[in-house]
Design a protein around this ligand. Structure first.
Ligand SMILES: Cc1cc2nc3c(=O)[nH]c(=O)nc-3n(C[C@H](O)[C@H](O)[C@H](O)COP(=O)(O)OP(=O)(O)OC[C@H]3O[C@@H](n4cnc5c(N)ncnc54)[C@H](O)[C@@H]3O)c2cc1C
Length: 387
């Protein structure tokens, strides 16, 4: 119980404070000066990812024997939160690399898959991609059409994936595909693919509204020969594995949301004290004070929900509903915070020279990616009503 109370009060341990300060310092020095350069060019900053790998932030929850940092979800949340305060698109890439591809191989891969693939991913030598979504199956992920047919010791993969984070830059990919058409969800399996395999093609890189430094790409598979040993777990387990991976992923998107919201709040609060109208700082107007008070209140609530979900996950306790609640509330809080921050900046909030313009664009992904707000509500309601 004491631990629960501590987690709620967010009393950080000495080690957690060191981690938080290290990320904060890294983001300030290495990311902040280049945010708009990354955004405008839509270039994925590989050098930043390599440095994050050196710091141990690309294998946060992976045990040290596979090159990871051996930390928990609470630390993972702290890292994503700090990155997102500065640049949500870098935070998205770090969240996806850690939480999706790398974590899928760690949680469901066998020992030889873990040994073969994890050290390069946790060190940042290779970037990970994870493909579930297809053009006709997003929220209804089980409706995917990519198909892997077993032949002579290989699975022959045909099909495509849409919106794959790191589809272009990723060198290791976990891909979900049908292995038995007659079994619905239970006929879906997960595979590890390597960049460079014949027929594994990175297609169109998407030109996005926000999160522009994070690479989002279509993937095509034309008779890709996947060695049998690259099946993760058993045939038919891919969909359930993917759903479990998304539960953890939701906590990381909640973390991204609270980071983004705090970034927007900090910028708006500072500006409100500097900008004068009618002879006084904006912060003296009650209308602005109330906006800041509401932003802050919602961010505090979102942080508590997010840390609770991370804490439950670290303890191995059920967290499906809590992760969905954290994701839903935090992403919608971030959306409102980014909107209010632009409003406080007035016309300057509409201009790219000021940081809230980018938060306003980046934030929209958070109520969509890794399960839309509507899907989170469905998950929460199902959990509430199942008894
Ligand atoms: C930048 C970015 C990065 C991404 N990265 C990845 C990745 O790395 N890997 C990956 O696999 N996917 C990734 N995705 C895909 C993402 O997870 C999907 O976009 C998301 O799950 C929604 O699917 P969709 O876009 O097909 O929308 P749809 O499912 O078509 O939904 C459209 C609208 O209908 C609503 N809706 C759908 N079904 C229901 C329902 N039953 N009840 C009520 N409303 C409903 C949705 O909430 C939404 O508002 C990424 C997407 C983006 C934009």
């Amino acid at each position: 119980m004491e631990e629960v109370v501590n987690a709620y009060l967010m009393e950080l341990s000495e080690n957690q404070i060191i981690i938080r300060d290290t990320v904060r310092d890294f983001a300030d020095k290495n990311i902040r000066p280049h945010i708009m350069e990354f955004d405008e060019s839509q270039n994925f900053p590989m050098e930043i990812m390599k440095k994050l790998g050196e710091l141990g932030f690309l294998g946060v929850v992976i045990p040290e024997e596979y090159g990871g940092a051996g930390l928990g979800y609470v630390e993972f949340v702290m890292i994503i939160e700090e990155l997102a305060k500065v640049d949500p698109s870098i935070a998205l890439s770090v969240a996806a690399h850690n939480g999706l591809c790398t974590n899928h191989i760690y949680r469901f891969g066998n020992e030889s898959q873990r040994k073969k693939y994890l050290p390069d991913l946790t060190s940042g030598k290779k970037i990970g991609a994870w493909g579930l979504t297809e053009s006709a199956s997003g929220s209804d992920a089980a409706g995917l059409k990519s198909i892997a047919e077993k032949k002579n010791g290989y699975y022959i993969l045909n099909g495509s994936k849409t919106f794959t984070t790191h589809g272009t830059v990723g060198e290791t990919a976990v891909i979900m595909a049908i292995t038995d058409k007659n079994k619905g969800k239970k006929g879906i399996s997960a595979f590890i693919l390597e960049k460079g395999w014949e027929g594994f093609i990175a297609g169109k890189k998407e030109n996005k509204l926000g999160m522009r430094a994070s690479d989002t790409t279509q993937l095509t598979f034309e008779n890709v020969k996947i060695p049998e040993e690259n099946l993760i777990g058993n045939e038919g387990e891919g969909f359930i594995q993917a759903m479990q991976i998304l539960e953890g992923g939701r906590i990381s998107i909640a973390a991204l949301s609270i980071g983004l919201a705090q970034g927007a709040f900090a910028a708006a609060s500072k500006y409100s004290k500097e900008r004068k109208q009618f002879g006084q700082p904006l912060a003296d107007f009650e209308a602005i004070q109330f906006k800041l008070a509401d932003m802050h209140t919602n961010i505090e609530a979102a942080r508590l929900l997010t840390y609770r979900a991370a804490f439950l996950k670290d303890k191995g306790l059920p967290n499906k509903k809590e992760a969905a609640i954290a994701k839903l509330f935090s992403s919608e809080t971030a959306e409102k915070a980014a909107n209010d921050a632009v409003q406080i900046f007035g016309g300057y909030g509409f201009i790219k020279d000021f940081p809230v313009e980018k938060f306003y664009r980046d934030v929209k992904l958070l109520t969509i990616g890794e399960g839309t707000s509507e899907i989170q509500r469905i998950v929460i309601a199902r959990e509430l009503l199942k008894d």
